[in-house]
Design a protein around this ligand. Structure first.
Ligand SMILES: *Cc1c(COP(=O)(O)O)cnc(C)c1O
Length: 409
């Protein structure tokens, strides 16, 4: 099927569809807002001034470009492919999320919006949004499931320090899905001054394409950096997937380079074959509609959205961006899953052999690198997205390893 498609970089179509996926499944009241946003984004996209401001902030506020680092000791250890890490964990706020938030906030400013709303699960997108809102003096309201508020208290405190209001959502089961619903409801009721900042390549069109475009800075830099280092393109790209934004950002600029192998790694939790104790929407779900788009989802026989489970809080989005669903069904990208146990092992290897404490999310990608690198030739160039740093995860890791740490309290 891949041979029948001229370009994988042309989508989505005018209805926001990537093949059978994506689109705009929203209430009529939301439609004018979304059309307005789409029109403004289309203008901004071709406005050199918009991108000049982005570039300036990416460089001086976020710290871009992030390095492309040759991981010599991981390469030796796995004994095959030459492994490079794209160091997006060095960004301000410790992950890739800020790449996208900056873009959306600059767009909100162009549209004259003064009130920013966002949904967050583990709190990473909430923190990035609160950060950029503080930078621009904008009101920021973050919707977070009550259950997540309780288990992610350090991020809740960070958001409050940054001046954001955190709304604890008690409807439904009090998790990310309910926070997304409440954010959409808020948007409809506060049409005039409010901008909804989505944290991954999901939501109704144009969000999946827009977030992808903002995150594509990752892959664009990798192309240039790899040409400079090795004089050619990489042979494979590997990234972890929650909703899929860091992965789409790395993959997108390479989609039409058919020789570049592309692999997305979902959270396998306790194993994809057990009853939904994982977050692998592509490997273990089926298509349905959530968050305004059609995509692969974790759902039960009645179509009820399931929670999912992963050691990594940032991978627990119950769906996946629609573009990934399309890349999966067309065969352009491969999707695999890595379990909690495998990710934890990769975490320890990365700390010990590279002196980098990674977030648990990219450890899923590294877990897959560990599986396949040894069977590849030494001239195979592999790039893994190190999309976040692990400071936030050390308590989870300590617990999983059965270690007690004294927090000084
Ligand atoms: C949020 C997050 C993810 C998951 O989101 P994607 O949209 O799939 O990138 C992965 N890694 C880190 C470090 C995160 O903060």
């Amino acid at each position: 099927m891949t041979d029948l498609i001229n370009s994988f970089m042309a989508g989505p179509d005018e209805r926001g569809r990537f093949g059978d996926f994506g689109g705009r499944f929203v209430s009529e009241t939301l439609m004018p807002l979304i059309l307005d946003l789409e029109a403004e984004y289309e203008k901004a996209k071709v406005d050199p001034e918009f991108w000049a401001e982005m570039d300036d902030l990416w460089k001086h506020y976020v710290g871009r470009p992030s390095p492309l680092y040759y991981a010599e000791r991981l390469t030796e250890r796995f004994g095959g492919a030459k492994i490079y890490l794209k160091r997006d964990e060095l960004n301000h706020t410790g992950a890739h999320k800020i790449n996208n938030v900056l873009g959306q906030i600059l767009l909100a400013r162009r549209m004259g919006k003064t009130r920013i709303i966002a949904e967050t699960g583990a709190g990473q997108h909430g923190v990035a949004t609160a950060t950029v809102c503080a930078r621009f003096g904008l009101e920021c309201i973050v919707f977070m499931g009550a259950h997540d508020v309780a288990r992610q208290s350090p991020n809740v405190f960070r958001m409050r320090l940054l001046g954001a209001k955190v709304v604890s959502v008690t409807s439904g089961r009090g998790t990310l899905k309910d926070a997304m619903n409440d954010a959409m409801r808020d948007w409809v009721t506060n049409v005039n001054n409010t901008f909804y900042c989505i944290g991954t390549v999901a939501g109704p069109h144009p969000y999946p394409a827009m977030v992808r475009d903002f995150q594509s800075i990752i892959g664009k830099e990798v192309r240039e950096q790899m040409m400079e280092r090795e004089g050619r393109l990489p042979d494979s790209l590997i990234a972890a997937i929650g909703g899929g934004s860091n992965a789409m950002g790395l993959f997108f600029p390479f989609l039409d380079d058919k020789d570049v192998r592309i692999i997305g790694v979902e959270a396998g939790g306790k194993g994809v074959n057990m009853k939904m104790e994982h977050c692998a929407s592509l490997t273990g779900g089926r298509p349905g509609v959530l968050h305004g788009n059609r995509t692969y989802l974790l759902q039960d026989d009645d179509g009820q959205i399931l929670e999912g489970f992963s050691i990594s809080a940032g991978l627990d989005y119950p769906g996946i961006g629609p573009e990934h669903s399309w890349l999966h069904d067309t065969g352009r990208a491969e999707y695999v899953s890595i379990t909690d146990v495998e990710a934890l092992a990769a975490f320890q290897i990365c700390c010990e052999s590279e002196g980098i404490i990674p977030a648990l999310e990219p450890c899923h990608a590294l877990g897959h690198v560990a599986k396949i690198a040894g069977d590849l030739p030494s001239d195979h160039l592999m790039v893994m997205n190190m999309c976040g740093r692990g400071d936030k995860d050390i308590f989870t890791v300590a617990k999983a390893l059965g270690v007690e740490i004294d927090t000084g309290g």
